[in-house]
Design a protein around this ligand. Structure first.
Ligand SMILES: [Cu+2]
Length: 467
């Protein structure tokens, strides 16, 4: 919290005293906003702007807008000095990746809902229309609001019944990375996708300017192969893992220019699981936890950040390493799609007549996975309708055996736009390649005798050959 006087002295430098003096006025609402206790242990968000409302912050002038890959930012209009937003809760026929669609619940035709973006000191009015078949309510996760605006159905307010539109209105007294989600029949509505990110920019930015400011929300789903409705009661066996509602190869890359300062704001509203998100090629610093800033001196460096359910974590790094870099949840099941999670363990098994026997019971059955599961996506075998059973996509060098919560950070020199620049061109001498006999002889003193394992031999010597 900084004093009003200090706020103005900062503002004079950045915005000019005359302009600010002419436009600053209070549009404070009727509800008591609460005075911060004069107690150093009271955390009142990351407040800069005391208890005063300011003119609505403008993109490009007061802040650099965030980017929501595969998503969008919720539009607003200013009415009487208040930023007005409209969320429409509704069923959405959502594509997770090419080949897999399901009927989810989201907002304004999207899963997840669009990112809400505002500026500290803004007063916001958010209308929520309920087009779902059951009641709902929306909670502003991490945003400090009056109790009656907190959105817990029954506790904070009445349920928003189907067909009704509710009005939330509050002033933003903090900045940082927050979220919003349904807080009525939570298990069902969150499993079906009813959430989004809520970004509040500082009124008076401090610290280095960020060039690329990305928003990525994690979630997980259970969608049985061939069905079109996520299973809302699933507790453990999630088979579709997403960033911003998309599974790789459906995730859009995060593109940066060489030298850009990149911020990524992670949020996790998965039903059950925490996600350790790992970035290749860089070390970042964790700059925010649940939206609150970490003082620069104690920002921890790392390249994996654990984002637990209900948390946000914000990281920053300099994009000083050109290339195509993987960024993904490091739980290996979270980079698989659908069938990979419950395929039978056939590694080392000689299938023999198994196909024939089983196909009598299960028409079309085919044993697979005897030498690992990497080939399954690549084989391009016919898959059930509306499914992404296996993993991956064709990459520049080979097939990429990854799915789910996986995306690519693309850093390039000489970019003219932030559109997908395609695959990285590796400079000579910087690509792993097949070793030549000459190199092997020179460095190892021999050419290794290679004995690729017979994919059936493990079971052969156990006398369990069914053939
Ligand atoms: Cu994960």
């Amino acid at each position: 919290m900084i004093s009003r006087r200090k706020f103005f002295s900062n503002a004079v430098v950045t915005a000019g005293a005359a302009a600010l003096g002419a436009t600053t006025r209070s549009v404070k609402g009727a509800e008591p906003v609460g005075q911060p206790l004069d107690n150093p242990e009271t955390i009142k968000g990351n407040a800069q702007s005391d208890q005063q409302d300011y003119p609505p912050g403008e993109p490009g002038k007061d802040y650099t807008p965030v980017i929501t890959p595969n998503g969008s930012t919720l539009p607003n209009k200013v009415v009487g000095g208040v930023k007005v937003f409209h969320l429409i809760a509704e069923e959405v026929d959502h594509e997770f990746a090419p080949g897999l669609r399901a009927y989810c619940w989201g907002f304004n035709g999207q899963v997840h809902g669009p990112t809400i973006e505002a500026v500290e000191g803004d007063r916001v009015r958010i209308y929520v229309t309920n087009n779902l078949p059951e009641s709902t309510s929306i909670h502003w996760h991490g945003v400090l609001v009056p109790s009656g605006m907190d959105g817990v159905a029954g506790l904070s307010q009445k349920n928003i019944e189907p067909g009704e539109t509710y009005k939330y209105e509050f002033s933003l007294r903090q900045h940082g990375t927050y979220m919003y989600h349904s807080h009525s029949d939570d298990m069902v509505q969150i499993a079906l996708g009813m959430m989004g990110m809520f970004i509040i920019h500082p009124r008076t930015p401090t610290g280095p300017k960020v060039d690329r400011d990305f928003v990525l929300m994690s979630s997980e789903w259970r969608i049985d192969v061939g069905t079109r409705r996520p299973v809302p009661i699933e507790m453990t066996d999630f088979n579709v893992l997403t960033f911003n509602g998309r599974s790789f190869p459906g995730t859009a890359p995060l593109v940066a220019k060489y030298g850009d300062r990149v911020r990524i704001r992670f949020g996790n509203l998965s039903p059950m699981e925490h996600h350790p998100i790992h970035l290749h090629g860089f070390y970042w610093k964790i700059t925010e936890m649940d939206g609150l800033p970490i003082p620069e001196a104690t920002q921890q460096p790392g390249n994996t950040v654990l984002v637990a359910v209900g948390q946000t974590r914000t990281v920053e790094f300099i994009a000083d390493n050109p290339g195509d870099w993987a960024m993904h949840c490091h739980m290996t099941h979270h980079t698989m799609n659908q069938m990979g999670h419950n395929a039978p363990n056939l590694i080392g098994v000689r299938p023999g007549k198994l196909d024939k026997s089983v196909s009598k019971l299960l028409p079309g059955y085919m044993a697979m996975g005897e030498s690992g599961m990497a080939d399954m996506g690549e084989m391009g075998m016919p898959v059930p309708r509306n499914s992404i059973p296996m993993v991956g996509a064709q990459g520049k060098h080979d097939y990429i055996d990854m799915g789910g919560m996986f995306t690519i950070v693309k850093v390039r020199e000489n970019l003219t736009s932030y559109d997908d620049p395609g695959w990285y061109e590796n400079p000579p001498g910087t690509l792993a390649t097949l070793a030549s006999n000459e190199e092997l002889q020179r460095d190892l003193g021999q050419i290794p005798e290679t004995k690729p394992m017979d994919k059936h031999m493990q079971m052969d010597h156990m006398n369990m050959d069914h053939g």
